[in-house]
Design a protein around this ligand. Structure first.
Ligand code: BDR
Ligand code: CA
Length: 337
């Protein structure tokens, strides 16, 4: 949605695998006035490429998104086996609500080429990519269009974490689904912000939060409630959580309002080997760059130390996140999908 303030909206590309929380991320990306959604690209992850691409286009109809390109990307990870978490997202990848027939067309272009086209056409540094699935498309983009990497304004991704995993004790799903791709993305020169489980597990869609959303009273808010009902039941069954984490919307929220997160700049490595730790993101807190962490832990002011281009989210203002989501849904209103 166009900004109604004086500052121009931040241009974004959403690279996703809907997925319940990806769907909510799309709605937030569309409804937030500080963001201008330029394109939606898809990658296999929560379900097959075909299913997540259909889901993305169905969600576009729910949200009332028109006039931007949708393109499908990688159907398999670069190296490892394909993982599909149907215990969390169901057989369709978006089980729960009745999905409308998609109305936005699917572009006849690979997601990676579409991303390249958009990055070349826009001012250097003006477009941020928000990946909320595995990083296969983004790694392919870096390898196919190395000359465009420095034109990307930043990568704010949902994935990883520095305390815990969810698929294994060490690894989060989006990273474990394609660790080699993730390693490429973290090693590139663009600024990367990792919005991982440390913060997304602090933002749970518990029943009281859902009451707040349902009170908006629109068909879109009701759609989210039905998504969360299925997603929440999965998280209750699999993990005994009182509500499902708002993983992917939090990455979008972090771009819409960076003050939602406290981040620390530190080197981040992806474990691609490891008997128990494949897919783990390892944050080197010994070498954090000066930041706003009052503890000052590990901060160096050594002028010879090159500031890392990667940052990890360590804390979140959940209240601000919910305000942002309610505001976006209120702006979207009824879409009569
Ligand atoms: C991530 O994995 C997916 O299942 C979700 O959509 C989210 O992107 C959380 O680990
Ligand atoms: Ca996702």
């Amino acid at each position: 949605m166009n900004a109604d303030s004086t500052s121009p909206a931040q241009k974004i590309i959403l690279d996703c695998d809907p997925g319940h929380d990806d769907a909510i991320a799309m709605l937030l990306a569309h409804g937030n006035p500080n963001l201008e959604l330029l394109a939606v690209t898809t990658v296999a992850g929560n379900q097959t490429l075909e299913k997540v691409t259909t889901n993305a286009r169905a969600v576009a109809r729910v949200a009332g998104i028109t006039g931007i390109p949708f393109a499908a990307g990688a159907s398999r990870p670069l190296v490892g086996p394909q993982l599909i978490p149907d215990e969390i997202h169901g057989d369709s990848g978006l089980d729960g609500p009745q999905l409308p027939e998609p109305s936005v067309p699917l572009e006849d272009i690979h997601a990676v080429n579409l991303i390249a086209q958009i990055i070349s056409e826009n001012e250097p540094g003006s477009v941020v990519i928000i990946p909320t699935g595995s990083l296969t498309n983004i790694a392919l983009f870096a390898r196919m269009y190395p000359q465009l990497v420095e034109r990307v304004g930043g990568i704010t991704l949902m994935g990883g974490g520095h305390h815990t995993g969810n698929m294994t004790p060490a690894a989060e799903f989006n990273i474990l689904a394609d660790p080699e791709a993730a390693a490429i993305v973290f090693e590139e020169s663009w600024p990367v912000t990792m919005v991982g489980l440390d913060v997304t597990h602090q933002v749970l869609a518990v029943p009281e939060r859902m009451d707040q959303l349902k009170a908006i009273g629109t068909d879109v808010a009701q759609f989210i409630a039905e998504l969360v009902e299925f997603f929440g039941a999965s998280y209750m069954k699999e993990r005994n959580y009182p509500g499902p984490p708002m993983h992917d919307p939090l990455a979008v929220a972090a771009v819409a309002d960076p003050s939602i997160l406290r981040t620390v700049r530190a080197p981040i490595y992806v474990e691609t080997q490891g008997q128990h730790a494949r897919g783990q993101t390892i944050v080197d807190f010994r070498r954090t760059w000066s930041h706003n962490d009052p503890s000052g832990l590990g901060v160096t002011d050594d002028p010879d130390f090159e500031a890392p281009n990667t940052a990890v989210a360590v804390d979140v203002d959940a209240e601000k996140f919910w305000d942002l989501l309610v505001d976006a849904l209120t702006r979207i209103g009824n879409t009569n999908f």
